[in-house]
Design a protein around this ligand. Structure first.
Ligand SMILES: *Cc1c(COP(=O)(O)O)cnc(C)c1O
Length: 268
């Protein structure tokens, strides 16, 4: 069976549409949890609002969404500033960060899921100390063994983790990955297995203050597989907001070029 194709995702243009789409996603989460013998309360749904304009995000908020993931820091920061009146809305940055943007993240984000270098850790920690804030962070791991330039190679993560206690504003929570970009579960699932197995190994050696509980894995097309393999956070955009018409290599420049057109390429 192939994974779902993004053109099946209806766009949400009203509060009702958002309620319906979120309910459908929660049903899929619950079904996957049942198959895996897991409690749905163990799986956090992080809606991903990249490319979605402010007016529609406000509808999503009215439908009850209180946290949003964004892949690009500047887009996220612009939206956070424009919607500062929604005081309980939390922003999670889930895409690669350049050190010169650490300052922005330190200001508005409540979570960063794509930590993959000591330079970024150092820059974030310094900016956070200056702001008097802390930040939940996940390390991004390259589990697909592609020429992706983002994410730590699995073998480097243990050494990386040992350096993190030096950055006291970073609250390390676990690991994040993007699976292989494919509609074939036989290729996607091993990426999720790899992340879970890595977490089990790291748990035994993690330094004090470094938690290894979270596994952020799975998107609209593959989150059931991820849940079956232990995901504690799923990052879901299109199944909530509707199919994107921007090809994903726009959002994963370089990292995703050269991949086969995957389930998230919309043809609408
Ligand atoms: C866009 C994005 C997602 C969500 O993908 P959808 O296909 O919209 O569900 C998840 N994780 C990251 C890092 C993303 O950039």
């Amino acid at each position: 069976m192939d994974l779902p194709h993004s053109t099946h995702y209806p766009a949400a243009h009203s509060v009702e549409d958002f309620r319906r789409n979120v309910a459908a996603v929660r049903d899929r989460i619950a079904a996957a949890c049942r198959r895996a013998g897991r409690d749905p309360a163990e799986v956090r749904l992080l809606p991903v609002s990249k490319t979605v304009p402010e007016a529609r995000i406000r509808l999503a908020y009215a439908a009850g969404l209180r946290e949003l993931g964004e892949n690009k820091v500047q887009e996220a920061e612009g939206k956070a500033a424009a919607m500062a009146d929604l005081a309980d809305l939390r922003w999670s940055v889930i895409g690669h960060l350049q050190t010169n943007k650490a300052k922005l993240v330190a200001r508005f984000a409540s979570e960063f899921q794509a930590l993959d270098s000591l330079r970024v850790a150092e820059a974030l920690d310094r900016r956070l100390q200056a702001e008097g804030r802390g930040l939940d962070v996940l390390m991004q791991v390259n589990t697909s063994n592609e020429a992706s330039k983002f994410g730590l190679p699995p073998d480097d993560v243990a050494r990386f983790v040992r350096q993190l206690p030096a950055f006291s504003a970073l609250r390390v929570r676990g690991l994040m990955t993007l699976a292989l970009f494919s509609a074939d579960p036989a290729l996607v699932r091993p990426c999720f297995v790899r992340l879970r197995e890595l977490r089990e190994r790291l748990r035994q050696q993690a330094p004090q203050g470094v938690a290894m509980d979270e596994l952020s894995m799975g998107m609209s097309g593959d989150f059931e597989l991820a849940i079956e393999e232990g995901a504690t956070v799923v990052r879901v955009g299109q199944a909530i907001f509707g199919a994107r018409d921007v090809p994903d290599n726009h959002y994963w420049p370089e990292a995703r070029l050269g991949r086969q057109p995957g389930p998230t390429l919309s043809s609408t």
